[in-house]
Design a protein around this ligand. Structure first.
Ligand code: GLU
Length: 312
């Protein structure tokens, strides 16, 4: 099947990307995803694109996008082409959604969040989200209005080989359920936006944090349904604190400062298992990047989440 969404004709052999959400400043956890995707691209003389994932407008923080771009620049990242903003991409998401609607693959759902939370049938998925029990999949209950739109999933397992995490299989029907593509607030969901944009940016390799591993089978299913290429995936270990929680705005991760570039990059390289020599600790940023690009090895990246104690 030909593709529903725009895919560039000049597809590049390797095109990576970094797609931060501007819900707050960059912290060491997000830097690790940026560094891993950048080095994997540059080591293979590939392109590296930047996208601002601001589709979830209510979660965006004023000024955060510009701060992220400034920080990436101060850290010596160089991206190819224009920065893509998801907030300007609604027409493309609508087109992809319309195709799924015309082909009967989405259905309206009337359930509110609290109804779903109350439902005794609802099991928890491994990411803590509720598995949709299928309430509206065969039609809206009488007298109810549509709120969100969900993609109908089937029993088949989605399988892929992740460059860090190995073989992954997920049964969407059992583990996730029919999932939301168009939210009750009228915004397109992360899963749809990501798939449409990865294709539009010609992304061949997605390197990102392991917190998103749980989303990848949903994204692969969407790629298959929309006739889009399925990129290679690599999910990097996460930085966790002593309580085992992922560094995030919620766990009050400290914002990276421009002046910390060398120290933070050095720490990120060590975290990613790269054998950066101790002498490089004091090296200037250009030298450190050059070493890292020349020596990058995905095979050295550890699978498991770790703490990063000696970085402040
Ligand atoms: N915007 C997402 C985040 O900051 C990343 C999305 C992705 O890499 O697919 O966690």
């Amino acid at each position: 099947m030909s593709s529903v969404c725009a895919v560039p004709d000049d597809a590049f052999r390797y095109c990576g990307r970094f797609a931060p959400s501007p819900s707050g400043p960059l912290h060491l956890g997000s830097l690790i995803a940026a560094v891993g995707s950048y080095l994997d691209a540059r080591h293979q003389s590939g392109l590296w694109r930047l996208r601002i994932d601001d589709v979830d407008q209510p979660r965006c923080q004023t000024g955060a996008s510009d701060d992220i771009l400034r920080l990436l620049e101060a850290y010596g990242f160089e991206w190819d082409g224009e920065v893509l903003y998801q907030s300007r991409r609604t027409a493309s998401y609508r087109e992809a959604f319309a195709y799924l609607q015309e082909t009967g693959q989405v259905f309206p759902c009337a359930c509110t969040r609290s109804e779903l939370a109350d439902s005794s049938m609802m099991a928890l998925a491994s990411d803590g989200a509720r598995i949709y029990p299928g309430t509206c999949r065969n039609g809206l209950p009488a007298g109810r209005e549509p709120r969100a739109w969900r993609l109908r999933v089937d029993e088949a397992a989605i399988r892929f080989v992740d460059a860090v995490q190995g073989e992954i299989a997920q049964h969407l029907a059992r583990d996730v359920g029919d999932f939301v593509l168009l939210r009750a607030d009228g915004l397109f969901a992360y899963q749809l936006a990501t798939v449409v944009d990865d294709a539009a940016q010609g992304v061949t390799h997605v390197v990102r944090g392991a917190d998103l591993l749980i989303s990848t089978p949903r994204q692969i299913l969407l790629q298959q349904l929309l006739g889009l290429p399925v990129p290679h995936y690599a999910h990097l270990p996460l930085v966790i604190n002593d309580a085992g929680e992922k560094l995030s705005k919620q766990t009050r991760a400290t914002a990276l400062q421009p002046a910390q570039a060398n120290v933070a990059l050095f720490a990120a390289l060590r975290f990613l298992g790269q054998a950066v020599p101790q002498e490089m600790h004091g090296a200037d940023l250009t030298e450190l990047w050059q070493w890292a690009i020349d020596h990058w090895s995905m095979r050295r990246v550890p699978q498991h989440n770790q703490t990063l104690a000696n970085f402040s």
